[in-house]
Design a binder for this molecule. Structure first.
Ligand code: FES
Length: 81
């Protein structure tokens, strides 16, 4: 399964990531960081800085990759990419 990362600023697909079974154990932020997608953070994923917010308004550090895909599908969009 592929996970598509889109940039709102660029209007392009930034990356297409292969999702492995182990990735479903990760939160969205950790999955993106492991795949070299920059995610802003000043609280290291504690959930208080709100810098990791996605274009859909969710905190990527507080949402499991599996849950994100079930809610929104395998595509994510970031304002700053
Ligand atoms: S990394 Fe700070 S709220 Fe998500």
């Amino acid at each position: 399964m592929q996970f598509i990362v889109k940039g709102k600023a660029s209007g392009k697909i930034v990356k297409s990531l292969e999702i492995t079974r182990d990735d479903f154990e990760l939160n969205l932020m950790d999955f993106l960081l492991r795949n070299s997608i920059p995610v802003a953070s000043s609280c290291a994923g504690v959930g208080i800085c709100k810098k990791c917010t996605t274009a859909s308004g969710l905190l990527s550090c507080s949402l499991a990759l599996y849950d994100y895909i079930n809610l929104f599908g395998a595509t994510i969009e970031f304002d700053y990419l």
